[in-house]
Design a protein around this ligand. Sequence first.
Ligand code: NAP
Length: 317
Amino acid sequence: MAVITFVSQLAHQEQDAWLALLSTKLPNEAIKLDKDLSVEQKLQCEIAIVANPDADILSQYPKLIWVQSLWAGVDALVSQLSDNKPTPSFKLVRLIDPILAQTMSEAVLTWVLYLHRDMPKYLQQQKSAQWLQHRYLLPQERTLGILGLGELGKLSALRLYENGFNVLGWSQSDKLINGITCYSGDEGLVTMVRQTDILICLLPLTSATYQLINEDLLTNLPQGASIINFARGGIVANHDLINHLANGNLEHAILDVFEQEPLDKSDDLWSNEKITVLPHISAPTHFESAGEIVTNNIKQYRSNDQIPFYIDWNKGY
Ligand code: NAP
């Protein structure tokens, strides 16, 4: 059986831990670091497992059939592989993990409750010993709009609905999800955003979603709305966001993702009192669970030649 290559730019310790886990779960496979493969082995290799790889390395593998990512977000790899280049001949499979979706929905619920119960205002008030009670709204009086109803967005929408919120969602294709009012298309976006008190972004970063949260979209949000971006930094036009926070149209923004990560120490976002900066922690890959899913994908493929759900190079996700 041909060798499976492991291509990553992870720190050595992390890389070794993944390799040990995957090899234990796949005792009948030979999984080796890219750097340890001979030219002949590279020419024969059909499967790659990747984590933040140097995309150019994959071009050394002419017989690759599919590439399994250990991460759920593969936008950077997709753009390195396909921007201004011929479509790759192999399929790219991202991590789809129900545990990750649970973790993301927990983060979404946590930060929605933080905004719903006016935590940013009370935090500011404490700094000046200000005793001021804001009007309490019931969850059903708060409308939440979710951009993206995929693996992470759908479960998050349902979790918010279970907690009593009025939940709307927007996706590329039309959807029917019990309890959630679903929209699609440009008009659907405007209709949803106009009703939204807290906008939650769980879209993939593609050429269609790059800076989607911009002046036009922000203008359509009701006065005093807030934003949560747990998807990718490039989806938000930061300059427009900062203006809308400064002029009071927007109340608060919670940002977990940035175009440049880590966020530069000198970036003004850190000190903006209307922005909560998080260091990309809303849904980290769960080592054991991801290992289980990735190795099951490979076992399935060996038994029936079926490649798991893969990225559509045209759509970019
Ligand atoms: P997914 O399963 O691919 O779902 C994407 C959703 O967005 C789908 O509902 C899709 O619509 C919709 N969509 C895509 N392009 C669209 C467009 N142009 N217009 C309208 N809707 C569009 O993605 P996911 O696994 O849920 O991941 C969501 C995001 O979370 C990604 O950006 C990922 O990188 C990020 N992420 C962040 C963290 C973190 O820790 N911060 C961790 C993991 C993932 P259809 O359903 O109609 O296709």
